[in-house]
Design a binder for this molecule. Structure first.
Ligand SMILES: Cc1cc2nc3c(=O)[nH]c(=O)nc-3n(C[C@H](O)[C@H](O)[C@H](O)COP(=O)(O)OP(=O)(O)OC[C@H]3O[C@@H](n4cnc5c(N)ncnc54)[C@H](O)[C@@H]3O)c2cc1C
Length: 388
């Protein structure tokens, strides 16, 4: 007999888990989460370093961050797991007046959206916030003390376990292989690991792989994988996890300390023939460590931990902003894709908005018009500015 579910969530990463929990909270029954991987955290969520920020250059991303922060602050009460939101701040360093001006323009948007604590720092103030970094060439900074670090796997585990306790089924080693659709475009059946399942609603939460899922439903989704490599040091004695996330806008090099190890990120694409390849680029690790030693003198004698580097995939949309909403040509497919490296921090509110849309037909918490897929074709993509 054909199994039938009310809602099939494709992808058991942090987005799919959040959607599933919020649906369960709304009383939706027969929700099934399927994931091709063998267990939780095998996709991008398990590769995220765990940063949270409200400092963006467009209003919708600031709003997503603020709404998510409110949910992170009550996450323990909601799902019983600590997301370890720690407000260590994000410090964006500017080398020239033009960058400082772009920070100011972004800050006007941040303040208008309610992120009033974001501010500009002089060079001396920036040095006081992070006394460990060399500020040669820097002229000023953008700072937000409520930007933070979080634990991606805690958030994933919190949502997944709570959803399961509420009756959501989660199936691993369960790749989606195909879809059947009616003449009006709606999906009727999805084939998962050889099993044909009848579906009511389908949620695409397949992260960097989501364009492939959308293509099965005849939807052209502009989400592409981008390799991101993290170089990891041995534990440090002189620096701890209170070190603010520090970003040099001149080359996007940034670092934070997690569990006393420095996580070094220089988002220069290490291109491969296969864009999904996850092999570590060793020469790039050495280059990024040389940058860290130059800019953080306390790290001059720190060694890399060769066994601890990793590569993961960002799920890029053309304007680095999530694509959210029903696919027009396939009305029972909900897209929650292309967060572009911000999916963990925005997962709490994206799950809530997905449940609102599926249960009520509209999102009451936030107007999501700006996030529709069609914005690209309509010339209405979100403005972005440098690294913000
Ligand atoms: C190095 C790095 C650092 C990052 N740092 C941060 C950060 O500081 N803050 C932040 O917010 N974000 C960060 N991110 C981004 C973040 O990891 C993603 O935005 C987020 O994890 C996306 O969640 P997801 O659930 O959509 O994707 P995923 O966690 O990748 O989940 C998607 C799931 O879909 C499954 N899937 C794929 N194809 C199929 C199929 N055919 N059938 C069934 N299942 C399928 C996969 O197995 C996967 O488990 C970082 C990412 C990387 C790589």
């Amino acid at each position: 007999m054909t199994r039938s579910v009310s809602t099939l969530v494709i992808g058991g990463g942090v987005i799919g888990a959040s959607v599933a929990w919020h649906l369960q909270q709304r009383g939706v029954r027969d929700v099934l989460v399927v994931d091709a991987s063998p267990g939780p955290g095998c996709g991008s969520t398990g590769k995220a370093t765990g940063g949270y920020r409200g400092q963006f250059a467009n209003r919708i991303n600031v709003e997503l961050s603020l709404l998510s922060r409110a949910k992170l602050l009550r996450f323990v009460d909601d799902v019983g797991v600590d997301p370890e939101y720690r407000p260590v701040g994000y410090l964006f360093l500017a080398d020239d007046q033009a960058t400082l001006n772009s920070f100011r323009a972004a800050r006007d948007i941040q303040h208008a959206a309610g992120l009033t604590e974001a501010c500009e720092l002089t060079l001396d103030e920036a040095q006081r916030i992070n006394p460990h970094v060399v500020l040669d060439g820097v002229v000023g900074a953008a700072w937000c003390p409520s930007d933070a670090t979080i634990r991606p796997l805690n958030i994933l585990r919190g949502y997944l376990d709570a959803a399961r306790r509420g009756g959501v089924q989660v199936q691993w080693n369960a790749p989606v292989e195909g879809m059947e659709r009616e003449a009006n475009g709606c999906i009727t059946h999805v084939t998962v690991a050889g099993e044909r399942i009848a579906v009511g609603q389908v949620v695409n939460a397949a992260g960097a792989w989501s364009a492939r899922i959308a293509a099965m439903a005849g939807v052209d989704l502009p989400v592409t994988p981008a390799r991101r490599q993290i170089a990891c040091t041995e534990p440090l004695t002189a620096l701890d996890d209170s070190f603010p996330m520090t970003i040099w806008t001149r080359d996007a090099f940034h670092l934070r300390i997690r569990d006393r190890r420095a996580l070094l990120n220089w988002p220069v694409d290490t291109l491969r023939d296969d864009p999904y390849a996850l092999d570590v680029d060793e020469p790039m690790v050495e280059r990024v460590m040389a940058i860290a030693r130059e800019r953080v003198p306390l790290m001059r004698t720190t060694a890399l931990d060769a066994s601890a580097h990793w590569v993961g995939l960002y799920e890029m949309s053309p304007d680095k902003t999530v694509i959210f909403g029903r696919a027009r040509s396939c009305d029972n497919l909900l897209l929650v894709n292309g967060s572009s490296g911000h999916g963990v921090m925005h997962s709490p509110i994206l799950g809530q908005l997905a449940a609102e849309l599926l249960c009520d037909g509209v999102t009451r918490t936030l107007d999501v018009h700006a996030l529709r897929l069609e914005r690209f074709a309509e010339g209405d993509a979100q403005p972005i500015s440098g690294l913000l």
